[in-house]
Design a protein around this ligand. Structure first.
Ligand code: NAD
Length: 258
């Protein structure tokens, strides 16, 4: 892994231990990619972490990976409101909710049914977990939600209209819940990752033309790694960001500046 990425992650988790030791964290979409890196980052910061994946197979695969020691994995399909309520209802306390569950169906999202299913996971799924977690986060006294936006929160995507619409929606949902939950002292923010090397972007990484277009627009001239996102999430979830709510933090190697 890039030295700067490892150093950033180590620094962030060292620093975050002051806040997260003994805290309870839930990361949806935490069996893979960005969510798994975030879950590991919270474990390294001393938190108790539950991370979820859409299927039992994903949960079992994640459990067997050595880098995931200390994370408790559960199956959770965020389309299933009852399952969301049951899982979150089983927590005794919850201090941080990170919504990372997401899919993309590149090239198929002009089909209205596929459009609806992508939005149901990426946007409605986030609303379901936020709503189910609100009471516990309020009880925490310093509750925090970190949602996952995208570069496609800001740009259209001709091959990914559902993904783009859902991620645009995440920005407005984040701002709206920041207002709605402020009385409960729950802060609601989002990270907007740039182009990160995960299973979700495998097709793009394998497409030399698209990959080159992405790299040439990214001032830092590399694909991001899942670990690049960890420091920003820990910051937004921590009391160091006590007056930060409704913010969307791009973590993109400068992509949005060009
Ligand atoms: P990934 O494919 O590695 O991980 C996706 C996760 O979402 C997995 O844990 C999977 O189990 C879960 N998931 C999928 N469908 C689900 C469902 N119905 N219910 C519950 N969980 C479900 O992808 P990733 O790149 O790590 O993506 C994580 C998040 O980051 C997504 O919200 C994605 O949109 C966002 N994101 C990714 C990038 C990128 O470049 N990789 C950029 C911006 C935003």
């Amino acid at each position: 892994m890039n030295v700067a990425v490892t150093q950033a992650e180590t620094l962030a988790t060292d620093w975050a231990r002051v806040f997260f030791a003994g805290k309870s964290v839930l990361v949806t979409g935490g069996t893979s990619g960005i969510g798994a890196a975030i879950a590991s980052g919270f474990v390294s910061s001393g938190a108790s972490v539950v991370a979820t994946g859409a299927t039992l197979a994903e949960v079992e695969r994640a459990q067997s990976e050595p880098g995931h020691a200390g994370i408790v994995f559960h199956e959770l399909d965020v389309r299933d409101g009852e399952a969301v309520t049951d899982l979150i209802g089983s927590f005794e306390r919850l201090d941080v909710l990170v919504n990372c569950a997401g899919i993309i169906r590149r090239g198929h999202e002009l089909d209205p049914d596929i459009f609806a299913s992508v939005v149901d996971i990426n946007l409605n799924g986030t609303m379901r977990t936020c709503s189910a977690a609100r009471a516990l986060l309020a009880k925490s006294g310093q509750g925090a939600i970190v949602n996952t936006a995208s570069m496609l929160s800001f740009q259209g995507g001709g091959l990914v209209p559902a993904y783009s619409a859902s991620k645009g929606g995440i920005v407005q949902l984040t701002k709206s819940l920041a207002i709605a939950y402020a009385d409960d002292n729950i802060r609601v923010n989002a990270v907007a990752p740039g182009w990160i090397a995960t299973p979700l972007t495998e097709a793009l990484q394998a497409d030399p033309e698209r990959s080159e277009a992405i790299l040439s627009r990214t001032p830092m001239k590399r694909w991001g790694q899942p670990q690049d996102i960890v420091g920003g999430v820990l910051f937004l979830a921590s009391p160091a960001a006590a007056f930060v709510t409704g913010a969307i933090l791009p973590i993109d190697g400068g992509y949005l500046t060009t």
